[in-house]
Design a protein around this ligand. Structure first.
Ligand SMILES: [Zn+2]
Ligand SMILES: [Zn+2]
Length: 236
């Protein structure tokens, strides 16, 4: 018998043993919780990884979504984020799961995703350096952990911490994208730039929402000499 890391109900190991042995990577959740997650499959935006099946056809331009086209049309942001890939649709269930991790301190819950994130993301990161998107020191202290770092550890133990965040994320989240791009200074900074020069970087974060956090992080990395920046998130 195993216990679901989210709802704590016991569930039969015939469901989970394959996951434990990495044969068929499933999250360490019961069948009912697992079925509430929506894996992103099928056609996706070449850049941000958004599934085309979830938004109207008019927001699609060729192999990209309209949001990404707008970023790419902006000279300052074109090509900054090479690509993002996300595992799950950020639906109500995943929202709850992430809220439990971030705001109710259930750091263990992130481990539910280790088998699947390890199996699906390990081949994507190849020779790149893994950098979890940092929290500000104050937020990190308050929460006790960084959820992006927890997630990244499920892919690889060897992480890089050259990226630093000086401004709280919450302060930006109320503004729309235009305000953010226009009025905000980059919340990120680089420490130890020698570690990232000429390197491929994969940023890890819990969610991709507007894509601006990841692009700001990518921009300081590129400005500091990184070769290319991509990202992986749990939700999109
Ligand atoms: Zn469950
Ligand atoms: Zn896109």
């Amino acid at each position: 018998m195993s216990y679901c890391l989210y709802c704590h109900q016991s569930y039969s190991e015939t469901w989970s043993w394959a996951a434990l042995f990495g044969l068929n990577a499933e999250p360490l959740l019961c069948q009912s919780c697992t079925s509430s997650l929506e894996l992103i499959m099928g056609d996706i935006c070449r850049i941000c990884g958004r599934p085309f099946s979830l938004f109207p056809e008019q927001y699609r331009h060729g192999d990209s979504c309209y949001d990404c086209i707008r970023w790419e049309e902006d000279e300052e942001w074109a090509g900054v984020l090479q690509q993002n890939r996300s595992l799950y649709v950020y639906n109500d269930f995943l929202k709850e799961v992430i809220a439990n991790i971030k705001y109710r301190g259930d750091a263990e819950l992130m481990k539910a995703f280790y088998p699947i994130i390890h199996k699906t993301c390990k081949p994507m990161i190849r020779d790149s350096i893994l950098i979890p998107v940092p929290l500000s020191d104050e937020r990190h202290y308050e929460r006790g952990f960084n959820q992006a770092e927890l997630l990244a550890r499920g892919i690889n133990r060897n992480l890089n911490f050259s990226l630093k965040r000086n401004i709280h994320e919450e302060k930006q989240s109320k503004k729309n994208r235009k305000d953010r791009v226009k009025n905000k200074s980059n919340p990120f900074d680089i420490i130890n730039s020698e570690e990232i020069i000429d390197k491929r970087i994969t940023l890890i974060d819990d969610i991709y929402t507007t894509g601006s956090t990841l692009r700001y992080a990518a921009k300081v990395l590129l400005d500091a000499g990184a070769k290319q920046v991509s990202s992986i998130t749990l939700g999109r």
